[in-house]
Every structure is written in C-alpha cells, then in structure tokens.
Design a protein around this ligand. Structure first.
Ligand SMILES: [Zn+2]
Ligand SMILES: [Zn+2]
Length: 396
C-alpha cells in the first residue's frame, strides 16, 4: 500500500517542484578579506568599491578577532603611499562622509562601521556578509578560522593541541549558530601557513565542512614543499578519512586573504586572486550558505564555467572559453579501497563529462588553464578551478 501511495504522490510532487523551481544564478564572492579594522591597509569603503567594481556579488570582510563595530581610529602612516591613499579616500567620499582630524600633527581617521558602510554598496547584485577571522594559536602555530555571517564576536577559544584549538573554535561557531538560529559556518584558513595544521589535525576534527584549498596570501604554502603536502593533497586525504568516519565531505574554498591594497606582487596579499562561484536562487547569506553546504559551488583562481552540473552521478562541465587559451579538465577520485586519490580521466577540451560509479568513494574535478595567472600567489601559476567532491548516489 505504501509503495502505491508513493508512486501516486511522487510525480505530483515532482511536477509541483519543477513548476515552482526558482531560477538559479551564479554569484561570485570572496570570503576572506582584511581592512584597517585589523591588519589590512585599506578603508572598508575603498575595498568594497574595488570588489563591487570588479564583478563580485558578495564579500565577507573578515578582520582578525574584531567586527567593524564601535569607535576605531587609525593614524595615517607617514609615507607618500598612505597619505595619497587617504587623499583618494577623502576625494571619493567627501568630508561630509569621512571623519578625520589633524590635531596631533598626524592625520587620524575614524573607520566606518559595518552598519554604516554596507548601505553604500548593497543592492540586488552586491552583498556584504558580516565575518570574522578567529585568530588563535597553539604554542608557536597560528590557527585561523573564518566565520561567515557571524552575528557577534567570537573570541579565540584556545586549547591544548592544534586539533583542540580548532575544535573549540568550530564548536563556538556552531553554538552561536544554534543559539541565534542564523546560518553561519566556520572554515579553516590556510593550513600550511607556517605549516601549522597537519592533515591528521584536520582529520580529527568534527563539524568542519570547509577549508581553504587556495588562499592568495603569499605566505601560506598552498603547494606544500618537500616535507609537507599541498592543500589539495591534504583535502583528498581528509575526505578519505571523513568518509570512513561517516562525516560529510570537506569542501574546498579559494579566497584572497587580501591585506595590501596599495602595493602589488608576490610579496603582498592582494585582492582578486581566489574566489568562489555559488549556484543559488538569491543573493542572501542564508541562500548562499545553504547552497555552499550542499556543495553547489566551485572555487576559482581565474577559470570561469558556463555550466556545472553534479546531478545523476555525473559531473558535467562547460568552461567559458577565452581566445587562445586551452584547458585540461581532470576528474580526481578514490577507487574501491585505495588509500589515495588518483586522476581518473583527463580531457583536453573546454567541456567534459565524468561518470561517478559505485566503485568511486568520491570524485571531484580540477580544471587547469594554459593561461598564466596575473599577479599570482606564486610566480608561474596557471589559472585553475576546483569543483566540490561528490559521492555515488544509488538509483532509487
Ligand atoms: Zn589568517
Ligand atoms: Zn586572513
């Protein structure tokens, strides 16, 4: 009886869904950004203006252990570079908006709060998400975790090991999420910054769904070295372990971690190096977070996709081609009981389809362009994109 009922009900539900299905869009965003509120060297309005002008739809301004609230004054550094940057800021927004004083012989500027600056920028195509970089450490190891859509400041929680520090900070975020009912998520930043966080440290974590597979700061060692795995290798090893533990797969983000807005090159952390493209129905923190937690996004350092579908045990990719540029699309996955990932298939084209079978523990795709990235994290880097890993879903 139950089966018959289901058979009758399901088509009706499916019709209703497809009729009411909201239209999905791709939204471009950077979830890791610094300003004068901590150790970045830009005014929030100037930074937001850069991102909005450069085609981003959302930004998380995530300063170290601080939210853009209350009074904060900065002193303009005595250098032509920073004096000019202040004059540019004053010219752009005017002395009715910019609060400053010169009574000590130095220019001091009062920073605008999140509540003040967000209304200058937000519209149907641009959103600023309240964020924080919880900046903690264990002994000499820096441990940084971003919180996207944080509602009130979370102090670094500390702990007696690298994993415990991370776990206590993850738990503090999840607690605030539960208490407020507001969706927010932690993500582990740059694990290879001072090689502070090992693969095993992350394997021992519970409740962490995201980490930075690519961070644009010049000190973060995305590609590892002779003694340490790359963040991409770590990602796969963590996911093999997470599946064994019955934990959801970890998703990989690309972010800027931008601090420097007036000097550029491989010894500065500049805006525009890494971002995510999220596929969802509307531009709101709730909608973006829901889509990201469902893996409906990819990470990029330059490659843009016209379409990406990860339904029906298939990954289908179509790249937005650039003149004179070639692309290598690889599927990366784990087969059977193997203990590491391998390249399952390579396609030298601008579109590809990869099948996910019951033999695969998980599969993801990686796209490498022949185009050298301008102002890269590391000289000689090619533009890339990473899709999120998926597992095989048995047919119903
Ligand atoms: Zn950091
Ligand atoms: Zn940072």
């Amino acid at each position: 009886m139950k089966k018959i009922l289901l058979a009758l009900i399901v088509p009706a539900v499916m019709t209703a869904c497809s009729e009411n299905k909201p239209e999905l869009h791709w939204y471009k965003g950077n979830l890791h950004t610094h300003s004068y509120w901590s150790d970045g060297d830009g005014y929030p309005e100037m930074i937001m203006d850069w991102y909005k002008t450069n085609g981003y739809n959302f930004v998380g301004l995530s300063d170290h252990n601080i939210l853009a609230e209350g009074d904060k004054w900065i002193v303009v550094q005595k250098s032509p570079l920073y004096e000019k940057a202040f004059n540019n800021y004053l010219d752009k927004y005017g002395d009715k908006w910019v609060t400053f004083k010169n009574d000590t012989g130095r220019t001091q500027v009062k920073l605008k709060t999140y509540t003040e600056y967000k209304y200058l920028f937000e519209d149907d195509n641009f959103l600023i998400i309240k964020s924080e970089e919880i900046t903690d450490r264990f002994e000499d190891k820096p441990i940084h975790m971003n919180v996207t859509n944080v509602q009130s400041l979370i102090q670094p929680q500390g702990g007696s090991s690298v994993t415990e520090v991370m776990q206590r900070n993850v738990d503090a975020v999840l607690k605030q999420r539960e208490e407020t009912g507001v969706p927010m998520f932690p993500h582990l930043n740059h694990p290879n910054f001072f090689y502070a966080v090992s693969t095993q440290d992350m394997i021992d974590l519970r409740g962490e769904r995201f980490f930075e597979v690519y961070n644009g700061h010049f000190m973060v060692n995305n590609y590892g070295d002779s003694l340490h795995p790359s963040t991409e290798k770590m990602w796969d090893m963590i996911n093999i372990a997470y599946l064994k533990k019955g934990q959801p797969l970890l998703f990989g983000l690309a972010t800027d971690d931008s601090h420097n807005y007036h000097q550029f090159g491989s010894s500065y952390s500049n805006a525009g190096r890494g971002w995510v493209m999220v596929h969802t129905d509307s531009l709101s923190p709730t909608s973006l977070i829901r889509a990201m937690e469902a893996g409906q996004f990819y990470s990029s350092t330059g490659v843009i996709l016209n379409s990406l579908a990860t339904d029906d045990n298939e990954i289908e990719i179509e790249i937005r081609k650039e003149e004179g540029v070639t692309y290598t699309i690889e599927s990366v996955g784990v087969v059977g009981n193997e203990e590491s990932t391998k390249i399952l298939k390579t396609v030298n084209d601008a579109d590809a389809e990869f099948e996910v079978t019951a033999d695969h523990r998980f599969v993801r795709a990686r796209i490498t362009s022949s185009k050298i990235k301008s102002n890269p994290f590391k000289e000689g880097e090619f533009e890339m994109a990473w899709t999120q890993p998926i597992t095989y879903t048995p047919e119903k």
